[in-house]
Design a protein around this ligand. Structure first.
Ligand SMILES: [Mg+2]
Length: 199
């Protein structure tokens, strides 16, 4: 069947509730006695230095900053976090419906093994064929170079700057920013579930 177009989805904080995952990881780290605020702040500092989050790097960064060593028990608990709990059933229902009519593409910035684990554990792989899942550590606008999508092509992402760069580079794309209080001239939606209303 001919599809009506392509929808390129971001993963973190678009389909996947990464904010809640982070908050739960920080709470586990806070069991070490380091305050949640310090952990949150250290996360932001670390992310300025590193494009990709890795728990072992966060643990050593916290040790350097506070002198507190996170116990192996806590690290084990963090490693046991179940990614399946971070994608809403509503999001999966939406993807299932959209996949009948549209080509669905996933484009995520991050570490291959971590992102693939999120995708498989949460059951998102069902809605994207293998060649439609792209994990990259390159900026998205670069990764999209030379790729061809059926039109119209929607680009759905929570990060304002990243989406604006893509919108400028690919003027044919219909770029949509997801999230509350996003300041941008691009069209915005509060939740990814609202995508259906603007196609
Ligand atoms: Mg994101």
């Amino acid at each position: 069947m001919n599809k009506k177009g392509t929808i390129i989805f971001d993963l973190d904080d678009t389909l996947f509730d990464t904010a809640r995952l982070k908050s739960n990881i920080f709470s586990l780290l806070a069991e070490s006695g380091i305050s949640f605020e310090v952990i949150q702040q250290s996360y932001l500092e670390l992310r300025e230095q590193l494009p990709i989050y890795q728990i072992d790097q966060h643990v050593s960064f916290l040790y350097k900053k506070t002198g507190t060593q996170i116990s192996q028990d806590i690290i084990d608990e963090i490693q046991k976090v179940n990614y399946a709990e971070y994608v809403d059933a509503d999001v999966k229902n939406m993807l299932s419906e959209l996949s009948d009519e549209y080509e669905l593409q996933l484009l995520s910035l991050g570490q291959q093994d971590v992102q693939m684990k999120k995708i498989f554990d949460a059951g998102l792989d069902k809605y994207f064929s293998e060649d439609k899942i792209i994990i990259t550590i390159e900026p998205k606008e670069k990764k999209l170079t030379g790729m061809i999508f059926s039109e119209p092509t929607y680009f759905v992402n929570d990060k304002v700057y990243e989406t604006e760069v893509v919108a400028e580079r690919y003027p044919k794309f219909k770029c949509i920013v997801v999230g509350e209080d996003r300041k941008t001239d691009l069209p915005t939606i509060k939740s990814v579930l609202d995508v259906k209303n603007i196609l």
